[in-house]
Design a protein. Sequence first.
Length: 456
Amino acid sequence: MTAGPIEDLRAVVGDTHVLTDDDAMVGHLTDWTGRWTGTADAVVRPRTTDEVAAVVRLCAERGVAICIQGGNTGLVGGSVPPTDRPAGPLIILSTARMTDVDEVDVVGRCVGAQAGATIDAIDSRAQRDGLMFPVDLASRESATAGGVVATNAGGVRMIRHGNTRGQVLGIEAVLADGRVLRRWTSLVKDNVGYDLPGLLTGSEGTLAVITRVLFRLVAPPAATIVTVAAVDHVENIFGVLDAFAARGLRVEAAEVMTESGLQLVHEHGARRPVDTESPFYALIEVSGTGDVEAVVVDVLDGAPVTDAALEPGPARALWAVRERHTESISRSTTTPVVKLDVSVPIRALPEAMAELAAVAGMVDHPCRPVLFGHVGDGNIHVNLLDVPEDQAESVTGHVFGIVAANGGSISAEHGIGRAKVPWTHLGRSDVDLSSMRAIKDAWDPHGLLNPGVLFG
Ligand code: 2HG
Ligand code: ZN
């Protein structure tokens, strides 16, 4: 990119917030998984919506592509520039300085946050007023408001509160030509035309740059109990969930892990929750009134579980066993992990998990499968370690083939990013894909926002 646009960008955001040195940019060019790397002419770090609007306007006038980056903890390569970058200039627009969280509207139960505010910061602000942010995920300290909205993140509370789209009351976003779209109201009933906040949620930065979000907040549960239960079959987990519900308990989270995953997190410092070795483990958090612990003990006594640990919430040590999976997996191999986030109908889950684990045997090299995920949502994270680079694509094809045959989705919660572009036809018809393309063309006619994401 020539010096002209860089100088103009410096004039908008300040000299120190336009990075062009390789050393300063390096952390922005590779994603968290290490699998996706690209190049950029500069990293630009605006502080306000007005600055974002000025940056986008300038880029639109000069034909500069923009890759939008929040916490860079996405797992599908959606927050870094493409490796085979299209001809022409490209900047990364980082929301790292846009971290404001507003005062909570306690009566309206909502809070506004800038796109770069972390999930942890938003939840801490909510907790100060006795409320809770219903989106929660292991990367809460680095994942941002803009990122979870752009990907319509799921996370561990989805079974109870729904996905991120359900928590977005209002949005502010800079359109591809630099105009600012603002829908900002705590009204839960507001049917004037298209649901544009809903459309931008999950749009993966391909339609506009999200700058602020007005989130719904909820009341936290009075008392919770967390259990990690060892079971022989995935079906047993559903039996336990039904039994909790029948006894009047509310399921706040329902996760599944396997012995191989438990061993990995244990090797990386987490305490084993139970001594018994078992093919599957369920982490279930329930809430209720009265003596919740007594009810949980009673249910587990009569359930087909072979061992169980129990702790009143927040039960961080038990949760750590589940939440440390991603990090432990990445620390236990030197090659990029084939990481696929899929969902299948609940009834198909036990069979599909067995089929998915067997994919590791199809690789012509010893390869380790680690499956875990949000069992209550039918969402399994398939992690295949030590897959030779030249076999990553065929292994991915096997996994997606199983998912499609079971009526599932190739992207349950992480989005399409760059990783899954070649496979979108497995999840959407031609008419569906061309309708999405028409929306993209209307909102971003010159294709400057997140090129290569979602559409290739
Ligand atoms: C989780 O549920 C995340 O912890 C990460 O979605 C999943 O690492 C993964 O595959
Ligand atoms: Zn997940």
